[in-house]
Design a protein around this ligand. Structure first.
Ligand code: PDD
Length: 275
């Protein structure tokens, strides 16, 4: 079951107008919220980021946090699986095509899919990634539904037999096409600082908190492309992939080509934390 504009219905029954500004302009924002054991993970943080995205595109939040909470509880109860991935999407509504903002109610859509654990092989051996130039706009802190650059960047990875594209802007690492990136150098965990050039990841925050709580030496600072290539470990974080080790980068091994000790530690801490 999905939620669309005030009603729950089977996804097959859900219809929106071809004039929806999400369809016409990609004019909207979204969130992806993991659900563990029927409970949304870090809900307040996701709702806070949603507000930041809505403010960024000057769209009024249609619901209070309490209303979002109630809606999510209902969607989770109406869908199968203890672990789910809830997708929440708000557009500027339906109006005659004109770039300027219309005076119409927003479209609100929520769906939930089972949140499946990554293949065991990925955890044991790590995954491959490639690098590409970050050619997106400069408000990457807004979780915009206009994802064409991210879609194109991800596909380059898939075409190369990898699972993620790590983005480089002006010689510095920003993030992945749908993830944040951490590296380990001289046994220090490093990740770039939040800015308008990357999405402030919820899993990114959790990872830094877990590092702090476990006395893992870490530093939030700019990372150059060269530092990425000579890192001992590289990892990605996201709500749907949690923490994954990247063991091949542009067809070269990262470190010894196996998931490293910092990854194993953080991955285990994350599993305990989310439970
Ligand atoms: N994407 N950066 C980008 C560009 C992302 O799209 C995502 C997540 C992240 C990680 O953020 P978080 O830890 O809050 O999931 C970073 C989601 C999962 C998606 O688009 O499906």
């Amino acid at each position: 079951m999905i939620f669309l504009n005030g009603h729950f219905m089977p996804i097959e029954k859900a219809c929106i107008s071809v004039l929806d500004r999400g369809f016409i302009f990609g004019d909207g924002v979204y969130e992806v919220i993991p659900v563990y054991s029927h409970k949304p993970f870090r809900l307040m943080e996701h709702l806070h980021r949603l507000q930041h995205s809505l403010d960024g595109i000057r769209l009024k939040n249609p619901y209070t946090n309490k209303e979002w909470h109630d809606l999510l509880e209902q969607i989770i109860a109406k869908n199968k699986g203890e672990d789910q991935s809830v997708y929440l999407h708000i557009t500027r509504g339906v109006a005659k095509r004109d770039h300027a903002f219309p005076d119409t109610p927003p479209t609100v859509f929520i769906m939930s899919n089972p949140l499946l654990p990554p293949p065991q092989e990925w955890l044991t051996n790590g995954v491959a990634a490639i690098t590409a130039s970050d050619n997106r706009w400069i408000r990457c802190d807004i979780k915009s539904i206009s994802l064409l650059p991210n879609v194109l960047l991800r596909q380059i990875a898939v075409d190369a037999g990898a699972i993620e594209t790590i983005l480089i802007r002006d010689g510095f690492l920003t993030e992945g096409s749908a993830s944040n990136i951490f590296v380990v150098r001289d046994q220090v965990l490093l990740t770039p600082p939040k800015s308008h050039l990357m999405l402030p990841g919820i899993t990114y925050d959790v990872t830094l908190e877990l590092a702090a709580a476990s006395n893992t030496i870490h530093e939030v600072r700019e990372i150059t492309e060269n530092e990425l290539f000579s890192a001992e470990e590289v990892m990605l974080t996201s709500s749907t992939r949690e923490i994954m080790a990247i063991t091949r980068l542009n067809d070269q091994s990262v470190g010894n080509g196996k998931p490293g000790p910092k990854f194993r530690q953080l991955h285990q801490l994350y599993q305990q934390y989310k439970a």
